[in-house]
Ligand binder design. Structure first.
Ligand SMILES: NC(=O)c1ccc[n+]([C@@H]2O[C@H](COP(=O)([O-])OP(=O)(O)OC[C@H]3O[C@@H](n4cnc5c(N)ncnc54)[C@H](OP(=O)(O)O)[C@@H]3O)[C@@H](O)[C@H]2O)c1
Length: 256
């Protein structure tokens, strides 16, 4: 639908961080395009928000990526893109299901690259835009039982940084952010059947706090937003550790 309101598109809006983004952007006056596979959830949310519509898409499938790309290209007022949809594939890389790993790669890498590319042309022409790529603190580390997940999130960090610099260099009015949450209470850990009690309570954040930090970070045009001081400390310290020590710690904390 074409509306005079500025529009936002949120992938993975059927739960967790994406759903909170959709709610907050709707409160800020955006017409919100909700994308995910569970159409019942999206339609319920669209009814509740009133200024939103639901689009069912599996962003690991080429045909669905193309459909969302063309929706983006045909939106005359798209000002916000949140590339949020994601999931984990736990377990050692050589034991994990190769097809699940490929689907994760397609969702975290191919879909983000294609949707961002589709959104940028219009944003540049209109002189306005915000792109939030939901990454993870995992993008800064190599956790031994989630090599596939960590490397796709490292790609999101690298892609976001490169794009941020390119746009800055040409004075483009489009903001890019890599949002890097730590453990957050969403359905993510139900999907991978992870017992949340294995992780200290102090490390968990709410999706509301994560999204608030992202939106505040955008106002300041921050490239990397890492919600929670503990995670900022981990990432900061990790940068200064010599490689042998980083490797020792990674092996020591192998939870498999
Ligand atoms: N929760 C955490 O601790 C945490 C930490 C760091 C980063 N993250 C990142 O945060 C993002 C959001 O996850 P979440 O924590 O909010 O988990 P969540 O509640 O499980 O939400 C994941 C969203 O992604 C969508 N999705 C999954 N596969 C999809 C596909 N093939 N096509 C389209 N949509 C798909 C899901 O919708 P459907 O199932 O309806 O398709 C759902 O809306 C992910 O990128 C995740 O990696 C999460």
């Amino acid at each position: 639908m074409h509306t005079p309101q500025p529009a936002a598109l949120v992938t993975g809006a059927s739960s967790g961080i994406g759903e909170v983004f959709a709610r907050k952007l709707s409160q800020r006056g955006y017409y919100v395009l909700l994308v995910a596979r569970r159409i019942d959830r999206l339609e319920k949310l669209a009814d509740e928000l009133e200024n939103a519509e639901a689009l069912q898409a599996d962003l690991t499938a080429d045909a669905d990526i193309l459909r969302v790309e063309s929706l983006i290209k045909n939106q005359p007022n798209l000002e916000f893109l949140v590339n949020n949809a994601g999931f984990g594939v736990p377990g050692r890389f050589f034991e994990a299901d190769a097809e699940a790993l490929e689907r994760m790669h397609r969702l975290h890498v191919i879909a983000i690259e294609r949707l961002t590319h589709a959104a940028l042309k219009g944003m540049m022409q209109r002189g306005k835009g915000n792109i939030v790529n939901v990454s993870s603190v995992a993008g800064f580390f190599n956790t031994l039982n989630s090599t596939g997940y960590c490397s796709t999130k490292a790609w999101i960090n690298s892609f976001s940084e490169g794009l941020y610099l390119e746009l800055k260099n040409v004075g483009a009015p489009v903001r890019v952010q890599a949002l890097c949450p730590g453990f957050t209470y969403t359905e993510f850990h139900d999907v991978i059947k992870m017992d949340r009690s294995r992780i200290a309570k102090s490390l968990w954040m709410t999706p509301e706090a994560v999204v608030e930090d992202s939106l505040k970070g955008l106002e300041k045009n921050r490239l990397f937003v890492i919600p929670g001081w503990r995670y900022r400390l981990f990432v900061g310290l990790n940068r200064f550790l010599p490689q042998p020590l980083r490797h020792f710690i990674a092996i020591k904390f192998d939870r498999n």
